[in-house]
Design a protein around this ligand. Sequence first.
Ligand SMILES: NC(=O)c1ccc[n+]([C@@H]2O[C@H](COP(=O)([O-])OP(=O)(O)OC[C@H]3O[C@@H](n4cnc5c(N)ncnc54)[C@H](OP(=O)(O)O)[C@@H]3O)[C@@H](O)[C@H]2O)c1
Length: 239
Amino acid sequence: MDLKDKKALITGAGKGIGKAAAIALAKEGVHLALLARSQSDLETLQQHLTSTYGVEVFIATADISNKEAVDRAIEDLLAKLGSVDILLNNAGTAQFGTLVDMEPEAWERIIQTNLMGTYYVTRAILPSMLQQKSGSIINIASTAGERGFATGSAYCASKFAVIGLTEALMQEVRKSNIRVTALTPSTVNTELAVNTGLPVGDEDRMMQPEDVAELILASLKLPPRVFIKTAGIWTTNPQ
Ligand SMILES: NC(=O)c1ccc[n+]([C@@H]2O[C@H](COP(=O)([O-])OP(=O)(O)OC[C@H]3O[C@@H](n4cnc5c(N)ncnc54)[C@H](OP(=O)(O)O)[C@@H]3O)[C@@H](O)[C@H]2O)c1
């Protein structure tokens, strides 16, 4: 499927996987609405994408864990972009620690961002997709949403929940020609991985954000009658 002149909204677009996806989509001629908390990251990317690829790029800052902030930002972006064909729910956060050691506030922040943030953004965009009877929603989950591990209770719970949300919504809207997909990458070389102490660094061994962006593109380019329900992406050469 040709993506030229499609319109995409990406959360967490300032860094890592979201930024790589924004670049990959802009290269295909997709017009973009980008959301994150840091204005400077978004401004730098906006300037790069408009001058390099000639696509329209609109930006808005919001913390996706805050429903009112999400509603305001999405209303603004929707008004500027006009419509949304592709929603990439990518913004997310991670922190690891034993269930007893981790403060309840940290646990809540992870659920509030990864699960509730995905829900808030989707709820704000979905009515326009239902009206146009088309759209693709890709939720970035994780291998942590498929199997639990020690110190991952909050992160795993949030990502298992994102997969559950994805599957339920997929069943709800596929008759409206809306594709809903969960991608489950293993460790990707991004700030999130560095900040949480995951093993990163060696570009030949580590999965890069651009690799995940390739899978996102491949999924979007499938004929509109089909979609990927859940797909993992792993490195052939683990540390
Ligand atoms: N890296 C991995 O190993 C890995 C593996 C599997 C899945 N994932 C998932 O992939 C997604 C992207 O992660 P990444 O590794 O690319 O992380 P990253 O490099 O830290 O980038 C995260 C992006 O999300 C934004 N963000 C974070 N919290 C936000 C909030 N509350 N509201 C709005 N924006 C927020 C950040 O910008 P601001 O800080 O400016 O808001 C940033 O642009 C996440 O959902 C993560 O769980 C990552």
